[in-house]
Design a protein around this ligand. Structure first.
Ligand code: ZN
Length: 121
């Protein structure tokens, strides 16, 4: 048993969560982190998640653009890579092949940032 924390990614005993933390999937330790740090973790997961989708829609792209504009620098960098990739290859299938052929620098950016992991498994 236990409950999953979306910030630290651990499954922890239920007593490590307050009532509110239980609903929002944030354990008591993570609830004490600065809000900016928690937001950055949430935003990074969201940006990463778009690359895992079979297709990045226009609506997704608009969302990533707005995130890029207000996220902390490390997340804004990830978002910028996702935006550039989605504009060229919105579909996951064949994406890495297209990038390797046409946009080697974007493929390198995916590798450098670790975003490429979204395409494996
Ligand atoms: Zn946690």
């Amino acid at each position: 048993m236990g409950h999953w924390c979306r910030i630290c990614g651990r499954t922890r005993p239920n007593e490590r969560f307050s009532g509110k933390g239980h609903r929002t999937h944030v354990c008591q330790d993570c609830a004490r982190l600065p809000k900016a740090q928690r937001d950055a973790i949430d935003q990074e997961r969201e940006v990463f998640g778009y690359l895992k989708q079979s297709r990045i829609s226009e609506q997704n792209l608009a969302r990533v653009r707005s995130l890029a504009a207000r996220a902390v620098p490390s997340v804004a960098e990830l978002a910028a890579v996702v935006i550039a990739v989605a504009e060229i290859t919105p579909f996951k299938k064949g994406r890495l092949r297209v990038l390797a052929r046409e946009r080697g620098e974007l493929l390198a950016a995916l590798e450098r940032t670790g975003l490429i992991d979204a395409h494996h498994g």
